[in-house]
Design a protein around this ligand. Structure first.
Ligand code: LLP
Length: 428
């Protein structure tokens, strides 16, 4: 790989020196290349524009939800999918247009549903019968008509890690199709004067590398609606487009996935003599994943002769739980000298008190010393989003970089933040 560097031979991110960023903001540090994010958002939109079909690209903000990213999405004419009151709150505080929000989730609370209706969330993606009833009552109480989609579990297994596969029949999400629950939900929703049933939704899983599952899903949603004698305005096929973490991953360009979905639905619409429904996609990982990297400072090492070299950094499973949770692997480089020839293969370990706390399983690196800056690549999705205070480590800061400029968008937590909600115990 040939990484971009400056005169000092340091890695640059959008023209900004990564080692300087580490110095200025400290490590661990999440750094996002915003022009990369914009390019991807525009690329998704361009495919639909080229095919001349109605569409909505709804960024799955669970992959990375901060005020700043909602603002970038809004600037790019991208909608957002939210899955909690907390994401809704963040989006609203970012002045995101609530009409452009859709709300997913298998157990939205009464408070969350109220919050959504009171804030004017555009679309609620209804997941189950309890929610259908609650929403109907609430909409009546608030004297409004709420746009909804029905989330269906399509019975499609995607080839991905079990924990991030959601489309198979044995799933907690959505109305079951095979046993007729989806039809039952349709009958209830379509007859409800306070609910405006706009369409159907199904998400088959995440980090998927072939188009077949997406085609099947799109076709199935159309067939399902047709079998109910109904033409939906919206068909939402979810997200899940795979990205490259290491050289064992070979994702297709996003245009391949999206074109396949569009062609499938064009064909179905012709067959059923429908006007083209609005196609919604919900990409998360593919929007922010490769745009983000995490900078760490290298600390101690442990060399076990003839076995392994462990290189420890100042972060780990608290800022990136994915290796521990999904056996995910990453690639790393030395930000001080990214293009130097590798001298050894190391395993990059975190600083957390768990043997499973690893960041990179095997990485060739030049000689390193404590204080060097290591960048782990493609951490932009589900890194910060899933960060924790495990071992009472403060969560890192987030910096956005664009056009040679950098800006702090989430401050680093301090020890004070860690105990901000703690009370002294005083029952004797
Ligand atoms: N839409 C729905 C309904 C979803 O459940 C998800 C992801 C997405 C869209 C976005 O999928 P994406 O394009 O980001 O793959 N924490 C796991 C991923 C869990 C994904 C959950 N749902 C990970 O770190 O791999």
């Amino acid at each position: 790989m040939n990484y971009p560097t400056n005169d000092q031979g340091h890695l640059t991110i959008e023209g900004v020196d990564a080692v300087e960023l580490a110095k200025e903001y400290g490590t661990p540090l999440y750094v996002y290349d915003v022009s990369h994010i914009r390019r991807t958002m525009r690329a998704f939109k361009a495919i639909f524009e080229k095919e001349n079909v109605p569409y909505v690209v709804s960024y799955a903000s669970k992959s990375f939800a901060t005020k700043a990213i909602y603002q970038v999405a809004q600037q790019e004419g991208i909608h957002a999918d939210i899955v909690s009151g907390g994401e809704l709150y963040t989006a609203l505080k970012a002045r995101f247009n609530p009409k452009h929000l859709s709300f997913n989730g298998n157990n939205k609370s009464l408070e969350e549903l109220k919050f959504a209706l009171e804030s004017g969330v555009g679309t609620i993606i209804v997941d189950n019968f309890l929610e259908l009833n609650l929403l109907s009552e609430l909409a009546q109480e608030y004297n409004l008509v709420q746009d909804i989609l029905l989330r269906i579990s399509p019975g499609i297994s995607a080839h991905t890690h079990e924990f991030i596969s959601t489309g198979q029949q044995d799933s907690k999400f959505g109305f079951d199709l095979l046993t007729g629950q989806a039809k039952e939900a349709y009958d209830i929703a379509i007859a409800d004067a306070n609910l405006n049933l706009k369409g159907v939704h199904a998400h088959i899983g995440s980090q998927i590398f072939d188009v077949t599952g997406f085609e099947k899903n799109a076709a199935l949603l159309a067939e399902t609606a047709y079998s109910w004698g109904w033409q939906p305005n919206i068909i939402n096929v979810g997200g899940g487009f795979g990205i490259r973490y290491t050289n064992t991953d070979s994702p297709l360009p996003e245009s391949d996935y999206v074109s396949a979905i569009i062609q499938t639905l064009k064909k179905k619409s012709e067959e059923y003599k429908w006007s083209m429904p609005e196609i919604w996609i919900e990409p998360g990982r593919s929007v922010v994943g490769t745009a983000g990297q995490t900078l760490y400072t290298i600390g101690s090492r442990k060399d076990i002769p003839d076995l392994r070299h462990y290189l420890s950094v100042d972060g780990g499973m608290g800022d990136n739980i994915r290796p521990a949770l999904y056996q995910a692997d990453y690639e790393a480089l030395l930000a001080n000298r990214p293009n130097d020839t590798p001298k050894e293969i190391v395993r990059v370990a975190g600083k957390y008190c768990e043997s499973g706390d690893m960041l990179v399983l095997e990485q060739g690196l030049p000689e390193t010393k404590p204080g060097d800056i290591l960048s782990v690549l493609s951490t932009g999705a589900y890194g910060y989003a899933m960060a924790s205070n495990y071992n009472r480590n403060p969560r890192p800061a987030v910096v956005f970089v664009e056009n040679g400029h950098h800006q702090l968008v989430v401050a680093r937590e301090s020890y004070k933040h860690l105990i901000a909600l703690d009370y002294d115990y005083n029952i004797q």
